[in-house]
Write a protein that binds this ligand. Structure first.
Ligand SMILES: [Zn+2]
Length: 356
């Protein structure tokens, strides 16, 4: 089958920031966090919008979560740098909406990931940006650990499901080699995504770099401004991340959230039909596919695989009506879509070459 075109498509993961606020108010002018800046508070239907997006596209978007307004026991009094009231912290958002939203999170239609506790940083000087990195680099390691511990404690008390394995830095303040990666790894984080355009120490090259062994993926540019509410998305997703902020998926009237979700479904679904792109089913397969996409050399029907990869899962798109067999891997599934045949493969770690 040497005459067939074979593609290792670029996988796209959807990443939605700033999920978890109950107040919609942008508080930064009074020393509070930026939050989502919308003209209403958040409701469980805003979580349902993320789940609907995932179900309609057949993927699990990342919801990068901020948890201080989920603190049921005011434990953040003990972590004064994580919120705007210090030792006087009192969370006014404890109510039945927590359980309602938690059950949507737990249902598994999207992947909640780590964003922050209070999103910014508070000390004697008041609020500054942002939670994990400030103007002088990483926040003190002991404080970072206290924030991570608090995040996981609030996670557990709300029974939000399996703990996150991915991270999005608040305000996209991240320094490659800045010392956070080993701490994140200690807490079970296995990947980071952030725009390289904002990353200190970015080296350019491909959209995947490594920070102390932790993969850091370039988010590129979001299609909409962070505070755009109820706006129809347009433009092209150029890299491996379709980044957005929670308001971008929502309507001022939460009963109409689905109208906004439909706009994103319309924009994103066609990427799955293109031979050079695909929508990643979840974060694990996104990372695996990305390493194959970046490192595979296609020579006709022979594929030379990269040595360093982040999983066994690989999707190929092949210009073939007829079913395709593969030497070197197990075909998990295959089918036709828009003239192209897709194949999902399980590739043993020691396999360095595939033959179609
Ligand atoms: Zn954020």
């Amino acid at each position: 089958m040497a005459d067939r075109a074979v593609s290792v498509p670029l996988p796209i993961q959807i990443v939605i920031d700033d999920v978890g606020w109950w107040s919609g108010a942008d508080g930064h002018q009074r020393g509070e966090p930026y939050r989502t800046g919308i003209a209403r508070d958040h409701v469980p239907a805003d979580y349902a919008a993320i789940a609907t997006l995932g179900r309609r596209l057949g993927v699990k978007p990342q919801a990068a979560m901020v948890l201080c307004e989920w603190d049921r026991t005011d434990r953040l009094r003990g972590v004064p740098s994580s919120q705007w009231m210090g030792a006087e912290w009192r969370n006014r958002w404890v109510g039945p909406w927590l359980d309602e939203a938690a059950s949507i999170v737990r249902a598994g239609d999207f992947e909640p990931v780590l964003h922050g506790v209070g999103h910014e940083w508070w000390d004697e000087q008041g609020m500054s940006r942002a939670e994990w990195f400030g103007p002088d680099g990483m926040r003190p390691a002991a404080a970072v650990r206290a924030h991570l511990d608090a995040f996981l404690a609030i996670w557990a008390e709300n029974r939000l499901g399996p703990v996150p394995t991915a991270f999005v830095p608040c305000a996209f303040l991240y320094t490659l080699g800045g010392g956070l990666a080993p701490l994140l790894a200690e807490y079970g984080i296995t990947s980071v995504s952030t725009p390289y355009g904002r990353m200190v120490g970015a080296r350019g090259g491909t959209c995947l770099d490594w920070d102390d062994g932790l993969p850091v993926v370039d988010r590129g540019r979001d299609l909409l401004p962070w505070h755009a509410l109820g706006q129809a998305p347009s433009g092209e997703v150029l890299g491996p991340v379709c980044g957005m902020h929670w308001p971008n998926l929502l309507h001022l009237d939460p009963a109409r959230n689905d109208e906004v979700v439909a706009g994103w479904v319309g924009l994103l679904a066609p990427y799955d039909q293109r031979p050079d792109r695909m929508l990643a089913p979840d974060t694990a397969r996104w990372l695996s596919q990305l390493t194959y996409h970046l490192g595979t050399t296609v020579r006709g029907a022979v594929l030379d695989l990269p040595a360093r990869r982040l999983g066994r899962w690989l999707r190929l798109k092949v210009d073939s009506e007829a079913p395709v067999t593969v030497d070197g891997a197990t075909v998990l599934a295959q089918g036709l879509s828009d003239g192209w045949r897709w194949l999902d493969l399980d590739v043993p770690p020691d396999t360095r070459q595939l033959r179609l």
